[in-house]
Design a protein around this ligand. Structure first.
Ligand SMILES: *Cc1c(COP(=O)(O)O)cnc(C)c1O
Length: 449
């Protein structure tokens, strides 16, 4: 049992250092991993074999007192840093006031405030409305519900390499079978898949890739049947794939001309992550609907659909919602987090981090042909690892490098359809020193394999 007395307080005042006092995992984490193995369903995996007791700035402290450099932010969630003081204060205040009334039973101001903030900060200056949910997958499910109700049509197009969640409809929208879908079907119907722009592997211009995708959509689905197109402007789990210039604007234009709702899934890319408040801004597109979650509330579970008021209002009263959706504690956290995103230089910090990460990884690429591609925007950067001779994806090398990094106290995440991408999603509250030290460890791990 870990006692409170041994637990450091999280947040930015934690010493910002990599400090290994045991092997990873240490004895206390190992004890907890054993308990996890016997108590928690085997399907719930973990990346780092540690158990966290505190986190903040750019580090996670484990049960043995090891301080690990965090290059993943709990999958792009703690962008403003773990236990940010403003979030902590907002949560503490709210939790002592009331924890739940159900917004559909007795509404409260913070939910309305989050909706107003989302309507203001998301791309486009048209009239917008929002609805709040608990998880990214739930937001995606609701975006599709809303688009179907608005258009009176049923089909949905998602893309190769896309990731939209683990519920039944979002598994159908997700491309990759293992581990997300395998054995979990049958999946929701009326979901179709179009080819993505993947410049490193398809060599197509944005215009040509869009033409190819639109042709598939027209021939295999037809605009008359199509309610919505859903796409991550930069794909997350699929491998941080940045579409070629012009691909997304062409899709948006086709959707608009054909009465199809364009949904940007910005659950991973949203809230300053890409060096813009939203990745749609990177490409100059204005989605009809946008789904958000992950970074929105400093680590508290919250998600949203935001979009054109006439689309958002298509549902009859009572058609949208959920018991916990827009929980007051999560809303208080989101208001504090959005304040930090807007007023503490997070967009600028994401850009600086992008320059540092890209510079370091491109230097690695120049000296090692196994680093096939370096891509991304802002604090969402990835390296794709390949066989130096054939250019084929090298998942084994990627897994070995990631594992070696974690053993050295640097938490990195892998991704990609071919499992050959290491993605860098550091908290924006991290320091340049931690980033450089983390990348030193990555470079050493690569050199050793
Ligand atoms: C994580 C993610 C989801 C699912 O969000 P959950 O909160 O895990 O349900 C959906 N879309 C994208 C792009 C994501 O990155």
């Amino acid at each position: 049992m870990i006692t409170v007395a041994t637990m450091p307080l999280g947040g930015p005042s934690l010493p910002q250092e990599r400090r290994l006092v045991t092997a990873i995992p240490g004895p206390r984490s190992q004890e907890l991993l054993d308990r996890k193995a016997s108590a928690v369903a085997a399907g719930v995996g973990h990346t780092a074999p540690v158990h966290a007791v505190a986190a903040g700035g750019g580090v996670i402290v484990d049960a043995d007192g090891n301080s690990l450099i965090d290059l993943g932010s709990g999958i792009a969630v703690t962008s403003i840093g773990n236990a940010h003081p403003k979030v902590v204060a907002a949560v503490q205040e709210q939790v002592a006031q009331f924890t739940h009334t159900c917004f559909m039973v007795a509404p409260y101001e913070s939910y309305v405030g989050v909706a107003e903030a989302l309507n203001r900060v998301t791309p486009g200056d048209h009239g917008k409305k929002s609805a709040l949910f608990n998880s990214g997958a739930e937001a995606v499910e609701n975006a599709v519900k809303i688009a179907r109700k608005f258009t009176g049509k049923q089909a949905v197009v998602a893309f190769d390499h896309g990731y939209h969640g683990r519920t039944n409809l979002t598994m159908a929208l997700t491309a990759k079978s293992m581990p997300y879908k395998s054995g979990f079907g049958p999946f929701a119907s009326e979901v179709y898949r179009a080819p993505l722009s993947y410049p490193y592997r398809d060599g197509l211009s944005g215009a040509d890739a869009a033409k190819k995708a639109i042709s598939v959509i027209e021939k295999q689905v037809g605009a008359d049947n199509l309610a919505a197109v859903i796409i991550e402007p930069i794909q997350g789990e699929g491998g941080f794939i940045v579409p070629a210039d012009g691909f997304l604007p062409a899709l948006v234009e086709w959707c608009r001309a054909n009465g199809v709702v364009f949904i940007a899934d910005e659950i991973q890319t949203g809230f300053a992550r890409t060096g813009e408040m939203f990745a749609s801004d990177v490409f100059g597109i204005v989605p009809d609907l946008i789904t958000t979650a992950k970074g929105i509330a400093g680590g508290m579970p919250l998600a949203a659909v935001t979009g054109r008021a006439e689309i958002m209002d298509a549902s009859h009263a009572g058609g949208l919602g959920g018991t916990y959706g827009g929980n007051p504690v999560a809303c208080a956290a989101a208001l504090a987090a959005i304040d930090v995103f807007e007023n503490e230089g997070m967009v600028e910090r994401a850009r600086e981090i992008g320059v540092l990460l890209k510079g370091r990884l491109e230097a690695l690429q120049a000296s090692d042909a196994r680093v096939g591609d370096v891509r991304g925007h802002g604090a969402m950067i990835a390296a794709e690892f390949v066989d130096a001779e054939t250019g084929e994806p090298d998942a084994a090398l990627t897994a070995a490098v990631a594992k070696a990094c974690i053993a050295e106290g640097v938490i990195v995440l892998t991704c990609g359809t071919y499992g050959n991408v290491i993605r860098f999603l550091p908290p924006l509250s991290t320091t340049d020193d931690l980033l450089n030290e983390g990348l030193d460890v990555v470079a050493a791990a690569l050199a050793a394999h």
